[in-house]
Design a protein around this ligand. Structure first.
Ligand code: UDP
Ligand code: MG
Length: 320
């Protein structure tokens, strides 16, 4: 059996949600995806849970042949967990979602329908976000959205929503990326031609606590910022150039002042400032230049595929 649809769910200490999740998810799948060419599978990654999650998942997989459990030896984080599942999915369409029922499984058919319209990636766009700790959680995600929009050049409303559908080829392309710090929604968009968003409902976390503390969150934002652009590094050079120019301008102004008003009292301190500005600026410029090199090294080290061939069209042989 080759499934058509693969559902990917990362699990980290979610024992309180798994029962409910599986009940709702399997109902949606059984009702909406029936027939020979619309088989489904669910791949759970147990991301080093320390509660009963793994046992519960294994029990589900024992009863249901369409369920696979990828067991990690320790906790590697949500995005690594999703990658772990990506490496074993077999479906033509891959849907990722969270285990905490913040993403209602009932929305899956909507995403799949959109993919079938011909889109490569379909993102969920959360309507009426209801996070309790609203500002702490929604402000960073607003920031992430803005930065990602700028750096990837793809205008989406909601990069943070993990309820997303991908075409198989996009998942394969993501698997070719070797870097450790990656933010899946943004990475996927860098390989997609046609991207859509569909509004999805959004609920509060059903049970348990968010697995993201402040530090994990900050880390994620930095991953996002640094993995898609060298913009922060380039800003250093720009800043240095500006400060340098300011210093030169100030120096010229002081010189002119001296010449025009020889009797005026321009104190040496101001001249010192002009000189200081120039050198501080020059230093930033130098940092920026170093940054450019480091940035390029970083890009090389990540070893991302430079391009991904979708189909080779030619007269003889089959399209492959
Ligand atoms: N998760 C994971 N590994 C981690 C942290 C989270 O697999 O180290 C999973 C978690 O079980 C959930 C999803 O990632 O299915 C999203 O986590 P959470 O709901 O805590 O994030 P939030 O909704 O607060 O952003
Ligand atoms: Mg959540």
């Amino acid at each position: 059996m080759v499934p058509y649809l693969s559902i990917v769910i990362p699990i980290y200490n979610e024992e309180a949600n798994i029962g409910n999740l599986w009940a709702r998810l399997s109902k949606v799948l059984r009702e909406n995806f029936v027939g020979e060419d619309r088989e489904w599978e669910v791949v759970f990654t147990d991301d080093g849970s320390r509660d009963a999650s793994l046992d519960m998942l294994i029990a589900i997989a024992r009863d249901e042949p369409r369920v696979t459990v990828v067991e990690f030896n320790r906790n590697y984080g949500q995005h690594s967990a999703i990658f772990g599942a990506f490496s074993v999915v077999r479906g033509k369409v891959v849907v990722t979602m969270d285990a905490d029922l913040q993403n209602p499984p009932e929305e899956i058919p909507k995403l799949v329908a959109k993919i079938e319209e011909g889109f490569d990636v379909v993102g969920g766009w959360r309507q009426g976000r209801t996070d309790n700790d609203s500002l702490f959680r929604t402000l960073p995600s607003k920031l992430v959205n803005a930065v990602t929009r700028k750096t990837t050049g793809v205008r989406l409303h909601d990069y943070g929503c993990m309820l997303r559908a991908y075409r198989r080829e996009i998942v394969d392309a993501m698997l070719l990326c070797k870097e450790r710090s990656s933010f899946i929604p943004a990475l996927a968009n860098s390989f997609a031609k046609r991207i859509a968003e569909v509004p999805v409902a959004h609920a509060e976390r059903a049970a348990g606590d968010s697995k993201y503390g402040l530090w994990k969150l900050v880390n994620l934002q930095f991953d996002l910022l640094t993995s898609f652009s060298l913009l922060p590094l380039q800003m250093l050079s720009v800043l240095g150039l500006l400060v340098s120019l300011l210093g030169i301008g100030f120096g010229v102004f002081l010189l002119a002042y001296r010449i025009l008003h020889p009797e005026g009292t321009v104190q040496g301190v101001f001249t010192l400032f002009a000189v200081l500005f120039f050198f501080v600026g020059a230093q930033f410029l130098a940092f920026g230049l170093l940054g450019e090199y480091i940035g390029r090294i970083y890009q090389e080290v990540r070893d991302r595929p430079r391009y991904v061939v979708k189909t080779l069209h030619r007269q003889d042989g089959d399209a492959s």
